[in-house]
Design a protein around this ligand. Structure first.
Ligand SMILES: Nc1ncnc2c1ncn2[C@@H]1O[C@H](COP(=O)(O)OP(=O)(O)OP(=O)(O)O)[C@@H](O)[C@H]1O
Length: 250
C-alpha cells in the first residue's frame, strides 16, 4: 500500500446493552484499497462494531465518518456481507447481483445492464443466467461478494465470508480477493476467527479485547505471504504474537 487516503474513521465509539458495556473507546481507521481484519474472541463486540459502522445500530457515544462525512446511524452507505449471506435460490445469478439496485428503485432491466459488465471483473463470466445451485461454493461466494460490491463500491464489511469454504477453495479465493480489491480499489474490513487467514490477507489487523471491547493492538503486516506461508519465520512470529494477545483476554 503506497497511498494512504483515509476513507473510514470510527471515532471514540462506546456501546452498551443495558448495563453491559460491550464497546469502549473504539478508534479505527480504514484507508482506500486497504484490507483490515478485526480479530477478537467470541462476544468481544465485532458484530456490534460492524452494525455501528453499517449504520444499523447507533453508538452511545462517538461517531463514524465516511470520507470526512458523519454517517453515524445512517445505513446504505457501507455494504455489509454476513457469513450466511446466501444468494436467493429461485433467482438467477444476475438477478441476485442486481438486487441492491432494484431495492433502490432501478427497473430490473436497467439494474441488469448496470451489473452485467462486472461479471468479467469478478471472474463470473458465463454464470449470469445460472441459478445458485449450479455454482461451486467458491463461485457462489464470489457472486455474493459481487452483490456486496454493487450495494456500495467503496467499503465492504465482511463477516467471516470464507469460513464455510474448504481449505483449497479458501486459499484460491484469498488470492482472488486480494487481487480484485487491488484492481477495483475496494476497502475492506474483515471479521475472522482464523488467525492465519487474517495474517495472510490483511494489510493491518486490529485485535479487539473483551469486557469491554477495546482495541488492544494494531499489527501492520508488511509481507505478502505466498504458498508456503506457514513455514515463514515472520508469519509464525505474527501468529505467536496474536495468540499471546488473545490468550490474555480469555
Ligand atoms: N441486541 C443486543 N442486546 C443485548 N446484548 C447484545 C445485543 N447484541 C449483542 N449483545 C451482546 O454484546 C456482546 C458482543 O456481541 P457481538 O455479537 O458483537 O460479539 P462478537 O465478537 O461478534 O461475537 P462472535 O465472534 O461470537 O460472533 C455479547 O455479550 C452479546 O451477547
Amino acid at each position: 500500500m503506497s497511498e494512504k487516503l483515509e476513507i473510514l474513521r470510527v471515532s471514540d465509539v462506546d456501546k452498551s446493552f443495558g448495563d453491559k458495556e460491550v464497546l469502549k473507546g473504539i478508534n479505527i481507521v480504514l484507508n482506500k484499497g486497504e484490507l483490515v481484519s478485526l480479530v477478537g474472541v467470541s462476544g468481544s463486540g465485532k458484530t456490534t462494531l460492524f452494525n455501528i459502522i453499517a449504520g444499523l445500530l447507533k453508538p452511545d457515544r462517538g461517531k463514524v465518518f465516511l470520507k470526512g462525512e458523519d454517517i453515524t446511524g445512517r445505513s446504505g452507505k457501507v455494504s455489509y456481507m454476513l457469513q450466511k449471506d446466501l444468494l436467493l435460490p429461485y433467482m438467477t445469478i444476475i438477478d441476485n447481483v442486481s438486487l441492491p439496485l432494484i431495492l433502490r428503485g432501478n427497473k430490473k432491466k436497467v439494474a441488469r445492464e448496470k451489473v452485467r459488465g462486472l461479471f468479467k471483473d469478478f471472474g463470473l463470466e458465463g454464470t449470469q443466467e445460472k441459478f445458485p445451485s449450479q455454482l461451486s461454493g467458491g463461485m457462489a461466494q464470489r457472486a455474493a461478494l459481487l452483490r456486496t460490491y454493487v450495494f456500495s463500491k467503496e467499503i465492504a464489511l465482511l463477516d467471516e465470508p470464507f469460513s464455510a469454504l474448504d481449505a483449497i477453495t479458501k486459499a484460491s479465493i484469498h488470492k482472488w480477493y486480494k487481487n480484485i480489491i487491488g484492481e477495483m480499489k475496494i476497502s475492506t474490513i474483515f471479521i475472522t476467527h482464523d488467525i492465519e487467514e487474517a495474517i495472510k490477507i490483511s494489510d493491518r489487523i486490529y485485535i479487539l479485547g473483551k469486557d469491554p471491547g477495546t482495541i488492544i493492538d494494531e499489527i501492520k503486516i508488511k509481507e505478502d505471504f505466498q504458498e508456503n506461508f506457514f513455514e515463514d519465520k515472520k508469519f509464525i512470529e505474527y501468529k505467536k504474537h496474536i495468540i499471546e494477545k488473545l490468550d490474555k483476554i480469555i
